[in-house]
Design a protein around this ligand. Structure first.
Ligand code: SPV
Ligand code: MG
Length: 542
């Protein structure tokens, strides 16, 4: 239904249609959210928001642009305040074509002389000749394409001090010219003359703007034939007051703490801007690997016993500081830099130490009796966002460089593990691997893009037989995540799961025919599982 039709329907369905003045898209959204029926694209508000007087200083295009902004920002119909029509009858014809084509529900033109000034500005308010203005109304009605486009004739006779008789005479003339409604304007402190006018003129629905007679209640309007009430400038005036108070408070206190509690939250701003929809659209349509990839960091376990010297407080290893910055912070920084922001963490041991992290955290209370694999799967099972997306699992004691992520994100494997040739100098080789092809030994490449299948992985592999070690970073495509979940749940059902850590599960998948690719790298990562590795990390990370 177009907006003119919506407005016409509201006029049938409701006793009084309540319309609020605004000057931009945000105002239009707030009005819609508060349950009003329409938006008045107010000349006063629009000109004030440009910092100029309401005196036809702006042009029709300035007003039209804002009316369109308000129209697009909400589903409410917009009635545009078009002053005197910005000139003579030809200007009115042009504006009706423009406004209607842009989906504006209706317009209001007033019977004053161009350039007009706001009705509440003191001084002479010059009225247009009745016939000339009736011609504008007739032209507007003859120009509109749809029968529903709504044209309001605004009578300024009471404002200009010409009296009731003149107001009624004009109302009759504008009704004869084809107006859909008349707006009868008054600057009196009481609604008496409005009430009198309404009793004397019944040919058309009436529109009122009770700015100066604020006690006039909506309840009194239907019996007077008033079908539209416009609260014309209250958004503008309330925001000016609020802005002044905020500025004064900041200026006085020289900081933000007191003012922060009094103003709206940023999340409300984001909500009004439609950020939720933005995220939804990204998830649905933005086919970038980054947006569609989750990160899980399992950090539930106890710190390794070989890290005693460097970890006298016995912190979870990912919270160890390497030159003033924790391993977790360093890794989050790399992830953020690569737009990988869907990060899930599983904590267990000393989980309160993670409270300051604004990540999606799953607490694994039973961490002492479960494995890292259980922590990974707890995150997968707990967060529905992990469904239908690929996944990078990063062990919490690994430091890594951006290039490794680039390598993962540009690969098209179903499941892959980042692997490097065995490095004997830093000790500890838990996660050894036998891959189909031996590594390049000359150390001149950072990564290799050849295909290399993993044949064996596990803690019990003999070091002389292994050609690679696992770097603690693995990748699962959307399909790969489903397979991981299936295998894990099957093992859980068969009660065999206790014998499986992450590596054993991968071996189990290989044994059952799943291809697991090795993504070969040559450095660019570091594990921190013993004091020697910790000291080394301190040397290389600033
Ligand atoms: C406006 O909002 O611009 C109006 C209504 O025309 S009033 O300011 O009351 O004249
Ligand atoms: Mg106006």
């Amino acid at each position: 239904m177009n907006k003119s039709k919506i407005l016409r329907k509201q006029l049938i369905d409701r006793d009084v249609v309540r319309i609020v003045g605004a000057h931009d898209g945000l105002g239009s959204k707030l009005i819609a959210k508060s349950g009003f029926e329409g938006v008045w694209a107010s000349g006063l508000e629009i000109s004030a928001s440009h910092g100029v007087p309401d005196a036809n200083i702006l042009t029709m295009t300035d007003y039209l642009e804002r009316a369109c902004e308000m129209n697009e920002a909400s589903t409410l119909p917009v009635i545009a305040d078009c002053d005197t029509g910005y000139g003579n009858v030809n200007n009115v014809i042009h504006l009706v074509e423009k406004y209607e084509r842009n989906g504006i529900a209706g317009i209001c033109i007033e019977d004053k002389i161009f350039p007009k000034t706001n009705s509440f500005i003191s001084g002479k308010q010059e009225l247009a000749n009745i016939d000339e203005f009736s011609g504008k109304i007739e032209a507007a009605k003859n120009t509109q394409k749809s029968k529903d486009f709504f044209v309001i004739a605004r009578i300024e006779a009471l404002i200009a001090g010409w009296g009731m008789e003149e107001a009624i005479k004009r109302a009759n003339a504008y009704a004869d010219a084809g107006a859909d409604a008349v707006l009868i304007h008054s600057k009196k402190k009481e609604p008496d003359e409005i009430v009198e006018f309404c009793k004397l003129f019944n040919k058309l629905p009436k529109v009122v703007v009770p700015t100066t007679y604020p006690t006039f209640n909506e309840k009194e309007m239907p019996k007077l034939g008033i079908k539209i009430v416009i609260y014309a400038n209250h958004i503008l005036r309330s925001s000016i007051k609020a802005i002044n108070e905020t500025l004064e408070e900041i200026s006085k206190s020289k900081e933000l703490s007191s003012v922060d509690k009094k103003i709206t939250t940023l999340s409300e701003v984001f909500e009004l801007q439609g950020v939720k929809q933005l995220k939804h659209n990204e998830e649905r349509y933005l086919k970038s690997n980054q947006v569609n990839t989750n990160i899980i960091i399992p950090a539930a376990g106890l710190p390794p016993s070989d890290l005693t010297k460097s970890n006298t407080d016995k912190k979870p290893v990912t919270l160890l500081e390497i030159n003033g910055k924790t391993i977790l912070d360093r890794n989050l920084q790399v992830l953020n830099r690569n737009n990988l922001t869907n990060v899930f963490l599983t904590t267990g041991y000393k989980n309160e130490l993670f409270d300051s992290y604004k990540l999606k955290i799953k607490k694994n209370k039973n961490f002492e009796n479960t494995t890292q694999l259980d922590s990974i799967m707890a995150a997968v099972e707990n967060f529905s966002e992990t469904k239908n997306k690929s996944l990078i699992i990063i062990f919490s004691d690994i430091l890594f460089e951006d290039e490794i992520l680039h390598r993962i994100l540009s690969s098209d494997n179903e499941i892959s593990l980042v692997i490097d040739k065995v490095n004997k100098s830093l000790g500890r080789h838990n996660d050894l691997i036998i891959a189909e092809k031996d590594p390049f030994r000359d150390g001149r490449i950072l990564t290799s893009h050849r295909k290399n299948k993993i044949i064996k992985i596990g803690k019990t592999l003999e070091i002389k037989k292994a050609n690679f070690e696992f770097c603690g970073i693995s990748y699962f495509s959307k399909n790969g995540v489903e397979k991981l979940r299936d295998v894990y749940l099957k093992l859980k059902k068969s009660k065999k799961k206790e014998n499986f850590d992450f590596m054993a599960l991968i071996q189990h998948m290989i044994d059952n025919g799943q291809e697991i690719s090795g993504l070969e790298v040559n450095g660019g990562w570091l594990e921190v599982r013993n004091d020697k590795q910790f000291d080394y990390a301190k040397k290389i990370f600033e």
